[in-house]
Write a protein that binds this ligand. Structure first.
Ligand code: NCD
Length: 351
């Protein structure tokens, strides 16, 4: 049985922790290598994919995900094959995804698939004879982006447990948010969700998080952001607030302990997403209030330790005036794609 990574739940806690740890070492090795090019001491990058081939099958546009997977494979000593545009491949002649996965498995040792259908990765994996990694399937999941997000967040905050993370934007169709909320609940972060109206997380997803981790994220509205940064406690404590949906059923959660100690809770991270216009099924979201941040939002002293994240591409959710702010981590998230995916590819190839 090949080792597929189709959803964040395909990785155990130990595997995720080990990937994050090893990615840190990998990143340090990559940095030493860059320094070596300028006369420093070269670190040895493991050539663990030497002689192996990765096939990237992208049925949807991608910059970061595809290029960082491909860079990761080359860095590990492997090679990459790719149909430059799946629309110009046999798919345009009517070939099924199942047949494509089967055929390409005989050319490559690992497949990386991005597809516009929810669940496409699982279908393809059933027909693939080699490990398949989901690089985003419709509105469903994007587990490797979540690994990059967790990696960046953990490096910035030292831990995931007990930190408070707000996730805003298109939570209905944003696959990065879908994988992230499950991972954050699993690692016992406190989650505040700030959907634009009509773009709430699907019920089945929140239900799953509640069943699996005994946890329901708190819901806020875009206009609440400043109040939220000032006093996250208020959101948890004031039962009269209309959006006060939070109920922590798991008494082990650090939040409860922190509330009991009346310790102020600050927003540790704000994770933004763009409206997934290409996947919207109607136009009802035209003109709805959407969470956007600019230097003004981030000037509030209560946000001095709030890091700002985004899987990119951004389409106006974050002002470029924030790019040089040390709290802006979105380019670091993107850069982490190479070391994180190197470690993941090594892992699936080794099994
Ligand atoms: C994301 C995606 O494809 O879901 N992009 C990415 O992989 N970094 C986010 C998005 O497109 O909004």
């Amino acid at each position: 049985m090949s080792r597929h990574v189709l959803a964040i739940s395909d990785l155990s806690d130990e595997e995720i922790e080990s990937i994050l740890r090893r990615a840190e070492e990998m990143e340090a090795t990559l940095e030493r290598r860059t320094e070596a090019a300028h006369g420093g001491d070269a670190g040895a990058i493991p050539r663990s994919a030497a002689g192996r081939i990765m096939a990237t099958l992208f049925y949807e546009p991608s910059t970061r995900t595809r290029l960082s997977f491909e860079a990761a494979m080359w860095r590990l000593g492997g090679a990459v094959i790719s149909a430059s545009d799946m629309k110009s491949s046999s798919a345009s002649k009517g070939e099924t995804l199942a047949d494509t996965a089967k055929v390409v498995s005989s050319y490559a040792d690992v497949l990386v698939l991005r597809h516009f259908w929810d669940g496409a990765a699982r279908v393809a994996a059933e027909h693939a004879d080699v490990p398949l990694i989901n690089a985003g399937d419709g509105s469903h999941e994007h587990p490797t982006q979540t690994l990059c997000d967790l990696y960046t967040l953990k490096r910035a905050k030292g831990t995931l447990r007990g930190i408070t993370v707000a996730i805003g934007g298109d939570l209905k169709r944003g696959r990065t948010a879908h994988s992230l909320v499950r991972a954050l609940a699993r690692f016992k972060a406190n989650i505040v969700i700030i959907p634009a109206r009509g773009m709430e997380f699907p019920d089945w997803l929140l239900q799953k998080v509640a069943e699996e981790y005994g946890y329901r994220p708190t819901v806020a509205r875009p206009g609440d952001l400043k109040a939220l940064a000032r006093d996250v406690n208020a959101l948890y404590l004031a039962p009269a607030r209309p959006h006060q949906l939070t109920l922590f059923t798991d008494t082990e959660f650090d939040l409860q302990e922190r509330l009991a100690e009346a310790e102020p809770i600050t927003l540790d991270a704000l994770y933004m997403t763009r409206p997934q216009r290409e996947r919207r099924d109607d136009t009802t979201d035209d003109g709805v209030e959407y969470l956007r941040v600019d230097t003004d939002t981030f000037q509030d002293p209560t946000m001095r330790h709030t890091v700002l994240m985004h899987p990119l591409p951004r389409t106006g959710e974050i002002s470029s005036a924030l790019d040089r702010d040390p709290r802006a981590l979105y380019f670091r998230q993107a850069a982490s794609g190479v070391p994180v995916r190197m470690v993941l590819v090594e892992m699936v190839l080794a099994e």
